[in-house]
Design a protein around this ligand. Sequence first.
Ligand SMILES: C[S@@+](CC[C@H](N)C(=O)[O-])C[C@H]1O[C@@H](n2cnc3c(N)ncnc32)[C@H](O)[C@@H]1O
Length: 377
Amino acid sequence: MQQYNLFATTSRGLEQALAWELGHIGVKNPQIVSGGVQFEGDQETYYRANLYLRTAIRVLLKIKDFPCESYDELYARCRDIDWLEYLGLSNTLAVDCNCRNSALTHSQYGSRKVKDAIVDQFRDKTGRRPDVDAKSPDVRINAHIFNNHCTLSLDTSGESLHLRGYRKLIKEAPMKETLAAGIIDYSGWDCNVPLYDPMCGSGTILIEAVLKAANVAPGLLRREFGFHRWRSFDRALWQKLVNEAEQKVKRNVTCRLYGSDIDADAVRTASENARAAALVDRFIKFEVMDVMQFHPQADSGVIITNPPYGERMGEKENLKDFYKGFGDVLKHNCKGHTAFLLIGDTELVKSVGLRTSQKLIVYNGPIECRLAKFDVY
Ligand SMILES: C[S@@+](CC[C@H](N)C(=O)[O-])C[C@H]1O[C@@H](n2cnc3c(N)ncnc32)[C@H](O)[C@@H]1O
């Protein structure tokens, strides 16, 4: 079986969780780098990675890497690759490019150069060229230019893996499914105690928690991955892996999860999202509630939540009182519980007024956040 250099991308801060996951699907020696994990494997490995990984955003398959200090060099090196190996005339393509710390600074121009090299090569060899489809291409190519070195990869995932398929209805500022899954990993929650999200928004944290507890591979909820449209797609192998993943689903888990939010629309959205994710909604009880009234149902449990950030000036002062108020709720109502709060500002962590027993830096999109753990005695 041909071996490939593979790279799974994730939100910064979740690399360790992703490496654990790769270990669980049988990958040997995963190497953590900022923003992702490198590993090696065959076709089955990257099929499995797309099907099972909860914290990965994309799985990239390296075609070639080379030094690159100019757009002309980028074009010339891309023309050296035999693109007919990867796509045919009837396939559409798109090129994603990102440049960091390099002489090349314009990602859009970089992606145009790669695309030009591919279509010019097709014209020379066949007299015709494949079309570009930026939104839903058959083959998505990734050019990562860092420190004047370009890594060209095929994107095996297609659409970002955080798009599981259950979140049809998007409320404002939802957390990526991949981030929610990583936080659940770090929290160590298992089904033995209740799990609460008292500011649940669209319900992502709770839905991801049930999917993990019931061992539902996130890829089972999606219809398509990038490699499904490749010439090399092995449908029988893919179906075998899907059947295997379906056998692993635990249909008899018993867990108790509670979601609440002050916004009735958010609660409705969360319930609909939970219904759209197979198996999930019967484990989660949602209600409309102000977090200041929050009171857990048992003597011990885990609280994981993502309070409002307030990015605008002026909002922060009000938020300090809000975080202090929530800290008081934790102190008075939640003894015996462990709380994990994803907070977008270090000062707001202090406003909670409880000692953190652990803090981890993770990124929610571009926002540098703290995942703060509080043990409430
Ligand atoms: C950053 S969002 C949470 C997003 C959520 N993790 C998701 O994935 O959709 C913060 C949530 O806190 C809720 N919220 C704000 N003030 C609240 C309060 N006093 N009580 C309960 N929920 C509140 C908002 O309605 C919003 O849904």
